[in-house]
Design a protein around this ligand. Structure first.
Ligand SMILES: C[S@@+](CC[C@H](N)C(=O)[O-])C[C@H]1O[C@@H](n2cnc3c(N)ncnc32)[C@H](O)[C@@H]1O
Length: 384
């Protein structure tokens, strides 16, 4: 339970959202609610200062679990950087900076440093953490790293990386009622937020029918969500990549599986202090709110943004294809205890019940053509 300053911050966020609901006539779409809870300036989870990542924060990501993740990503980056001239990397949503540090360190040892490593980060406190982490760990490379408030204006060649960013994009929520989908949003009852059906928005029911055709049939009351801004957002953040690859890492499924009848309550998940739960109204502003990625939608977005779809696989196969076994030997450097720790971390990254299968990797590519090692062992584009 939040106490003290944290509790007061939560109350301010709640009051802000309540005022927005009142101003809108008593109802907000869930997308608007999620936007405010995560991104309201100075208040939202990602806009205001809380711990967020790491063992003392709310959740732990792959680069926080093990340096092996970044080492494998770096190997994939090295191949792409080798096929462009003066290649750079743009990372979106860099968390604590751990992935940036692991990727830069490994690329340096491979002799393939990018001329620039840009970080597009929305959170001021995470940006501070990234700057401190990289300045301490790689002081000799810090001049190559720049931070951006908006996608780069200048074109560049190389790569774009995003681990667990798409799942934080606000989503719209629906409920299948009386043979059609209705939008479900947020109203309030005294100091509490509650789910409430909203007015019919143009095109909404038709879009949900398309999802039902892919995954259904759905029973009465079936609820789920979709990310209506995914296409526009991904196009905006990748526009400046002239030649190279985009690697998206996140949890999610192809559309047909995402909207399976059995997944009756969608995929919303909130994270507070290492505990996951499904109630996005519990601690607005103090917890992460996420939804799985519809990877079929992300594949469609690639084409709209002017990229080719270059691969789709699970995290397990991506890491195996990029030599996680070799990286374990290299990082352990003959130390048996260290090797045992790394083997345990690799299990967390790759076990089907842990991150191995829930997490997927999708590659977009334009301006170059080359095989990507991360998709060589298994590429399931045909499941999209
Ligand atoms: C779940 S964390 C993942 C952090 C990191 N990639 C990792 O794997 O540890 C999400 C990150 O994306 C950032 N973020 C969220 N929405 C964003 C947006 N619209 N634009 C840029 N960064 C965003 C957050 O501030 C945070 O750094």
């Amino acid at each position: 339970m939040p106490v003290g300053d944290e509790k007061r911050h939560g109350e301010r966020v709640t009051a802000h959202i309540a005022a927005a609901i009142d101003a809108a006539g008593g109802w907000l779409s869930f997308e608007q609610y999620m936007e405010l809870a995560l991104y309201a300036p100075g208040l939202g989870y990602y806009s205001a200062g809380t711990h967020k990542l790491g063992t003392s924060g709310d959740f732990v990501t792959a680069p926080e679990i093990s340096p092996l993740f970044g080492a494998c990503v770096a190997r994939q980056c090295a191949d792409v950087l080798g096929s462009v001239v003066q290649g750079g990397i743009l990372e979106i949503g860099a968390g604590t900076g751990r992935l940036a540090g692991d990727v830069l360190a490994r690329l340096e040892s491979l002799g393939r440093l990018p001329w620039r490593y840009s970080i597009l980060e929305i959170s001021a406190d995470l940006r501070d953490r990234q700057q401190r982490h990289l300045a301490e760990r790689l002081p000799h490379l810090i001049d190559r790293v720049i931070w951006l408030d908006a996608p780069p204006a200048q074109e560049f060649d190389g790569l774009i990386l995003a681990n667990e960013v798409l799942d934080a994009l606000p989503v719209r929520r629906f409920c299948w009622t009386g043979g059609q989908a209705q939008e479900v949003g947020v109203a309030r009852e005294a100091d509490r937020f509650i789910w409430a059906k909203g007015p019919a928005a143009s095109g909404f029911a038709e879009y949900c029918s398309k999802l039902r055709a892919a995954g259904g049939p759905w029973d009465e009351g079936y609820s789920s969500e979709f990310c209506s801004r995914l296409g526009a957002w991904t196009a905006a953040v990748t526009r400046s990549l002239r030649r190279g690859a985009v690697l998206w890492f996140d949890y999610g499924l192809p559309r047909a599986q995402y909207y399976f009848p059995e997944r009756r309550n969608g995929t919303l998940l909130c994270h507070y202090r290492q505990r996951a739960h499904e109630d996005p109204f519990r601690y607005p502003g103090l917890e992460d709110i996420t939804a799985w990625v519809d990877f079929t939608l992300l594949a469609e977005a690639a084409l709209v943004a002017g990229f080719g779809l270059a691969g789709f696989t699970t995290q397990t196969y991506f890491l195996a294809g990029n030599g996680i076994d070799v990286e374990m030997q290299r990082v352990a450097a003959g130390d048996q205890n260290r090797f045992a720790r790394l083997a345990n971390e690799a299990r967390q990254l790759m076990m089907p019940g842990e991150m191995g299968e829930r997490f997927k990797v999708m590659a977009w590519m334009r301006g170059i053509e080359m095989p990507l090692a991360g998709f060589a062992l298994r590429d399931v584009r045909d499941s999209l």
